[in-house]
Ligand binder design. Structure first.
Ligand code: TXA
Ligand code: MG
Length: 349
């Protein structure tokens, strides 16, 4: 299959791209679309045949459920049952954070095929804030299933060219909407009624909407593992502990003294802010050093650049190991650390 890439750099080009994408979605095809987090591989969420093409192109195992993207807040009720005891909390959340990088896990309706949710009774729902995605979602006016547009377990794409590296020849169209503004996948939460005035928010995946952003609205419970998904895959316990993995082995350090270079090996460094005083730059003669947020270190900027730089490091020839500096464990830093841990677990295969 030939994979076409279309631009959205002028109003005319955008109109043509939107039409082409919507036509493909209607005909049950997949298209790669930009979102504010990472690029997604989209299909009509109500069409199981179209959804199956997502799993096939990504080589994604059927036990890993897809996120559903809505054209509007009011269409939430088409795909999800909003429990009465959480309705006010959910309304407040979506009025505050949608459109934006927050995915909420809710009981699904019959409109959502089991394939989308991998047989789970719940569905992860969000509304993207990307200008081009919004145009396509509104014109299509149906729920869109869209996981990240990478092959299963690999580094998420934050540009059209990264999607091309992942899925060229497997999908008919990539809509180029520029580099993603957030660079990390959406925060995923599940709500649970508590005895107090605020519900529990179980954070299933850390992301651009941080625990600090959410704590005004709920009591934060951090979850190391996505229980719903793991319960769904009893034959592959811990499999999802590995994700976002480069081909080159990756190690996340907690402190500089953990690293003892072996003679003859070539190392690349993923540095947080590229400062000597942090103690990592001088540890060895790095074959390459890439810096997430040069200078004082800004976590949102580090998040935007994270997958892009990881992909760049993974493309270097003859690197034996990628060494990652830790980033501060607060704000978007929590989301970066979560991805670094998973990237380290699955790297080098
Ligand atoms: O930012 C994003 O969320 C991007 C863009 C494209 O929207 N999408 C994305 O999708 O990251 P994906 O498939 O790469 O990650 C979705 C993850 C699944 O791996 C699963 O862990 C979780 O969402 N998920 C989906 N449905 C769920 C459910 N019903 N219960 C628990 N977790 C769920
Ligand atoms: Mg993904």
């Amino acid at each position: 299959m030939l994979t076409e890439i279309v631009q959205t750099d002028t109003p005319e080009a955008t109109r043509a791209a939107v039409n082409q994408a919507v036509t493909l979605l209607h005909s049950g095809e997949t298209v790669a679309l930009p979102t504010e987090t990472v690029y997604g591989l989209a299909a009509d969420a109500t069409n199981p045949v179209a959804v199956a093409k997502i799993f096939e192109a990504k080589e994604r195992p059927a036990f890993d459920p897809l996120i559903v993207h809505l054209p509007s807040r009011k269409s939430l009720h088409e795909v999800a049952e909003v429990p009465a005891e959480l309705e006010a909390d959910i309304t407040r959340l979506i009025e505050t954070f949608w459109p934006g990088p927050l995915t909420i896990v809710l009981p699904k309706t019959a409109l959502v095929p089991d394939l989308v949710t991998s047989g789970l009774p719940t569905v992860g729902v969000r509304m993207s804030d990307h200008a081009v995605f919004k145009k396509i979602a509104r014109a299509f006016d149906r729920p869109i299933a869209a996981p990240s547009a990478n092959r299963f377990g690999r580094i998420s794409p934050t540009s059209a060219s990264a999607v091309q590296e992942e899925l060229d020849g497997r999908i008919p169209l990539i809509v180029d909407g520029g580099a993603c503004a957030r660079g990390l996948e959406s925060t995923i939460i599940r709500l649970e009624k508590s005895r107090g005035p605020k519900p529990f928010f179980h954070i299933l995946r850390a992301g651009p909407i941080t625990a600090e952003d959410l704590k005004k609205y709920g009591k934060i419970v951090r979850e190391e593992h996505n229980e719903a998904v793991e319960a769904n895959a009893p034959e592959a316990p811990g499999m999802l502990a590995s994700h976002y993995a480069p081909r080159t082995p990756l190690r996340l350090l907690a402190s500089p003294d953990e690293f003892v270079p072996q003679p003859g090996l070539r190392y690349a460094l993923l540095s947080y802010r590229g400062q000597k005083k942090d103690g990592y730059l001088g540890l060895t003669d790095w074959a390459e050093t890439l810096v997430l947020s040069p200078g004082s270190g800004k976590l949102p900027e580090a998040g935007i650049r994270f997958f892009h730089l990881l992909r760049q490091l993974d493309q270097l020839e003859d690197i034996d190991e990628i060494i990652a500096e830790p980033v501060p464990d607060r704000g978007v830093g929590a989301a970066i650390l979560e991805r670094l841990r998973k990237a380290a677990t699955g790297s080098g295969v």
